[in-house]
Write a protein that binds this ligand. Structure first.
Ligand code: DUC
Ligand code: ZN
Ligand code: ZN
Length: 466
């Protein structure tokens, strides 16, 4: 099967050029000057897709999602079926989700459970990181086994005591283990022990509204934990990747470590670039829609995060997609903010929202592709299969209309959740066509993909360490 995507502006992290993209079966076979000899020869018998006036970009790679994640007595609303379909609608063709080891269980149990949830249900390709909640001799040995199976990154938590929390000693051990196998430790960097004190003090004062979720998780406790994580990684001689970084102070810690040559990396998420503590303080219980951890911050942080994306102190934008319905799920925290399940839906809108950064002059087009696709693929061992349009790479391709306009709404989104954190937001740009391994999944406003098309992706280790 051959497809010729003709005359679009092909954007990779390295630059943009008008080119034809030649696809055979599941792969890109060449980029060619439009109408050139090779393109004309290839066109015979090929399906022709006109991309004139459009951007043609690598399918985006979201390395931070939580489908069907048990949390706070409920589970995140998107299944692998609905969540990967919504991802495709938004131009994301790979997700890396977090399998969870619960305390007292083996890593294997958690990983098997996630394979069972995902297998046969995904519209796009997927991989797994492993959340390690119980660092011990057995789980450290298992980390090496999992790296061999293509699960080459492990998330640890400095937050959520009693659930996912690891002590500094646990973290150091896991980092030492990761160093030996080439794995990357991903860190949820918030000081959960101090946060829990602030939470119980707030509740005892009768401060129960959603906005107190933010006030009890001050930005200093993210900056402190980020510095501590980086120090522990330095002692272990291991790389560290700070997930969902939201504050100027934490960014400064990452920037300093990077300028000293340490293998410290970080991602941020659209919610920290576009939403703020003012959303968490919305009237009545509305703020519950905006409860996630780390919490939404004062708007002053946003300019620093955009700058971090330009300087590469923030290397990746991921979503931390963790949707809970307002009805019945977020409502578990009526009268007690600490019981609101943490998370914001986002897997569908990362490409579009970060494109607003291009429109506003915060990012150039190649950098937009780099933070959404190329760097996440390289950081998590998927490159050059994913994250680039080049001969031999998977034909995961998005045709993007840079001039279209749309309004984000729960009425039209495809995530299985009853609200949008961006309800009514008017944006420029729109995904028109999406290919996953050469197969059309989104065709100008129609989903034509298939559950089960998506395959598990065994991943190599982090490209940036070589
Ligand atoms: N943060 C969230 O908002 N949800 C899930 C877990 C996390 O760390
Ligand atoms: Zn987290
Ligand atoms: Zn997360």
């Amino acid at each position: 099967m051959r497809t010729l995507i003709a005359g679009g502006t092909v954007v990779n992290a390295t630059g943009a050029q008008v080119a034809d993209v030649l696809v055979e079966d599941e792969r890109v076979v060449a980029l060619a000057a439009p109408g050139s000899g090779p393109a004309a020869a290839f066109a015979e018998g090929a399906e022709r897709v006109d991309a004139a006036g459009r951007l043609v970009v690598p399918g985006a790679v979201d390395v931070h999602t939580h489908m069907e994640m048990p949390f706070g007595g409920t589970r995140s609303a998107d299944t692998f079926e609905t969540g990967t379909r919504a991802a495709a609608w938004g131009g994301t063709t790979t997700v890396v989700d977090f399998a969870i080891q619960r305390k007292g269980e083996a890593l294997r149990q958690g990983l098997d459970a996630w394979h069972a949830k995902a297998e046969g249900n995904c519209s796009i390709d997927y991989g797994f990181h492993m959340i390690v909640s119980d660092v011990n001799d057995q789980s450290c040995k298992e980390m090496d086994v999992l790296v061999g199976e293509g699960v080459s990154s492990f998330k640890l938590f400095m937050a959520y005591p009693g659930v996912f929390y690891s002590t500094d000693g646990d973290i150091l051990r896991a980092m030492q283990q990761a160093r030996a196998s080439g794995a990357t430790v991903m860190m949820h960097a918030e000081n959960g022990i101090a946060i829990d004190v602030l939470v119980s003090q707030a509740l005892s004062r009768g401060e129960t509204d959603p906005r107190f979720h933010g006030l009890t998780r001050p930005d200093l406790l993210e900056a402190e934990a980020t510095r501590r994580a980086i120090a522990l990684a330095k002692v272990a001689g291991a790389p560290v990747y700070i997930v969902h970084l939201s504050t100027t102070g934490a960014l400064q810690a990452v920037a300093e470590a990077r300028s000293e040559g340490q293998n410290a990396f970080a991602e941020t998420c659209p919610q920290y670039l576009f939403l703020s503590a003012a959303d968490l303080a919305r009237e009545g219980f509305e703020g519950a829609k905006y409860v996630c951890s780390p919490p939404l911050r004062a708007p002053e942080h946003q300019a620093h995060l955009w700058r971090g994306l330009r300087t590469d102190d923030l290397s990746v934008v991921s979503t931390d997609h963790c949707p809970f319905c307002f009805k019945e799920q977020k409502e578990l925290g009526l009268g007690d903010f600490s019981k609101i399940p943490n998370g914001i839906p986002g897997v569908e809108h990362r490409v579009d929202l970060t494109y607003q950064g291009v429109v506003a002059g915060e990012l150039g087009l190649p950098r937009w592709v780099e933070v959404n696709a190329t760097t996440p693929a390289r950081m998590f061992g998927l490159y050059p299969k994913k994250g680039v349009l080049a001969p031999g790479s998977d034909a995961d391709i998005v045709i993007y209309n840079p001039a279209a306009s749309q309004t984000i709404s729960a009425a039209t989104h495809h995530m299985d959740v009853d609200y949008s954190a961006y309800e009514g937001k008017a944006i420029t740009g729109r995904v028109e066509t999406v290919f996953s391994r050469g197969r059309v999944v989104i065709d100008g406003g129609r989903y034509v993909g298939q559950k089960g098309h998506g395959r598990f992706l065994p991943r190599k280790t982090n490209d940036y360490l070589k």
